[in-house]
Ligand binder design. Structure first.
Ligand code: ADP
Ligand code: ZN
Length: 517
């Protein structure tokens, strides 16, 4: 049987998606692989299909028991013998499982990393007596402290390649961030790994950001129009998930809370009720969702600002796994940004704080965009994308634009005259001819000083932000953020490139700027 036949026979699909086929071929050739695919992209198949074709045992490392049970059940339904090891199994069940493993009757064995390399560590010697043909590491970003979901127990997986040097390893994640990728490869010690990056675009999801005002009312308005549909609402704190779920229930919605602080009994109950469509809305912290394979989630709402684009994108990616039109709505407030900045400053060491603040800054920029949000997201993950997706709020809104070439030239020449060494606020004060002592005397002598006095400070902030987004300016600097020119600036300064600005804002004017620590 070749892989396409196996795809049809065991999984009932007619064709491979993304790079599934190439990934599978590499595994079948015995090579290490790292596969990056968006949530819902079809990662599981990349190791499940080789597991069927190779006549041996595939070990699957996965962080969550709930996920394992789900996958094992659906594999067994498809006629693929799979099992998982967990602490709830009694000695009898364990004995049976060991027997089946010895007889090569199991194709996939799901394990949490701490089971594999736990205190007693009797498992690895046993597994070595079996015909292990593949090791799959799901949610591989959990090994990286740069990622958004670091799990210390994943660090033990560094031993895998020593214990099973000849077994191909496939690491899978939906986290595309470069730093995390590099970290995963290093920590896992993969042998000449081939890295597969699939497009992260989720064409069926519409992205929207609205200014957060009266969030409960805004939410109710949104939900009233989607009464029969399932969705996830993400909150920052555990307590607010419970309060909000209560308020929604009181308002007549079938909602339940989910957070890591609830008893496992309640968590399982709420999660299963959601999977069975008895509960339409789950109000959750980011603890909810990893590996939840519910295909008909129609919307994901972020009622609080996410900490970074990676997390946001993964959470919104839980909508529309069935490929049908779905929505991602984010309620943005500068106050939330301020709160998260504070957390980022006090969390971790200085280098970690700086990374967290930079990531938060990118998240805030996303909220303030006046250009295509999807393009921004794709560019964030180093993927090129045209500037008009037609299905984000920015692209769906007809903006009135005006010729802002002169404004752009003023801003760019100010940055040039200041030798690209000052921050946004200084550039603006300089443009506006501020009498402040903060403006150096030598700068007050320049011809450019005060050439933008006719434009208000908030407008200048908006224009500069847009110039940053359009790539005519960029942020730089190690100590503190400074504004610099780009390769595209010269064309504007020479009058070869016209620049257009949007006449009025969609998102409330904000003056948040995230400073480095
Ligand atoms: P991920 O782990 O990347 O988030 P999954 O492996 O759960 O995604 O797959 C998402 C959905 O896509 C699942 O319902 C899966 O059965 C389906 N799927 C995977 N591969 C294919 C394919 N080649 N054709 C059609 N559906 C697929
Ligand atoms: Zn768009």
């Amino acid at each position: 049987m070749n892989s396409l036949q196996a795809l049809q026979k065991y999984f009932g699909y007619s064709a491979f998606r993304h790079q599934q086929e190439a990934i599978i071929q590499h595994i079948l050739n015995g090579q290490d692989v790292m596969a990056l695919m968006p949530t819902g992209g079809g990662k599981s198949l990349c190791y499940q299909l080789p597991a069927v074709l190779l006549n041996g045992l595939t070990i699957v490392i996965s962080p969550l028991i709930a996920l394992m049970k789900d996958q094992v059940d659906s594999l067994n339904v498809s006629g693929i013998p799979a099992a998982f090891l967990n602490s709830a199994q009694n000695p009898d069940e364990q004995r049976q499982l060991v027997e089946k493993l010895r007889n090569n009757q199991i194709r996939l064995l799901y394990l949490a990393p701490e089971r594999l390399f736990g205190a007693e560590n009797k498992l690895v010697p046993f597994l070595k007596t079996l015909n292990v043909v593949q090791i799959a590491i799901d949610e591989a970003h959990c090994i990286s402290s740069w990622g958004h979901d670091f799990r210390p127990e994943y660090l033990m997986l560094a031993q895998l390649k020593t214990e099973f040097p000849n077994v191909p390893v496939i690491a899978l994640t939906a986290t595309a961030d470069k730093l995390t990728q590099k970290d995963i490869l290093e920590k896992l010690n993969l042998n000449k790994p081939k890295v597969f990056v699939s497009s992260f675009n989720r064409a069926n999801i519409t992205y929207r950001v609205i200014p957060k005002r009266n969030s409960f009312q805004q939410l109710v308005n949104f939900l009233n129009e989607r009464k029969d549909e399932s969705g996830i609402i993400y909150c920052l704190s555990r307590k607010s998930t419970e309060d909000l779920a209560d308020d929604l229930k009181a308002a007549g919605f079938a909602a339940e809370a989910y957070n890591a602080g609830l008893s496992s009994e309640i968590k399982v109950r709420n999660q299963e009720a959601f999977l069975r469509d008895e509960v339409k809305i789950i109000v959750a912290t980011i603890a909810f969702g990893m590996g939840i394979n519910k295909s008909n989630v129609r919307y994901v709402v972020h009622i609080d600002l996410p900490k970074n684009i990676e997390g946001y994108y993964q959470e919104t990616g839980r909508a529309g796994r069935d490929g049908l039109a779905s929505e991602a709505l984010l309620l943005y407030s500068p106050g939330d940004a301020g709160k998260l900045q504070h957390f980022a400053r006090i969390e971790g060491n200085e280098a970690q704080s700086r990374i967290m603040l930079n990531k938060l800054n990118d998240m805030v920029r996303y909220c303030q965009l006046q250009s295509c949000r999807r393009q921004y997201l794709m560019n964030y993950f180093d993927e090129a994308f045209p500037p008009n997706c037609g299905s984000c709020d920015v692209c769906l809104t007809e903006f009135k634009r005006f010729d802002g070439t002169l404004i752009a030239q003023k801003a760019l020449s100010a940055v040039a005259r200041l030798n690209e060494r000052f921050g946004i606020n200084y550039v603006i004060d300089f443009l506006r001819g501020s009498k402040s002592e903060k403006i150096r005397d030598e700068h007050k002598q320049l011809k450019t000083y005060g050439i933008g006095a006719d434009i208000s400070k908030p407008d200048w902030q908006r224009y500069i932000r847009e110039l940053l987004t359009m790539g005519y300016l960029q942020m730089g600097g190690d100590e503190y953020p400074i504004v610099k020119l780009t390769d595209q600036s010269a064309a504007v300064l020479k009058g070869l490139q016209k620049v257009e600005f949007i006449e009025s804002e969609t998102v409330e004017e904000t003056h948040t700027h995230v400073q480095a620590p």
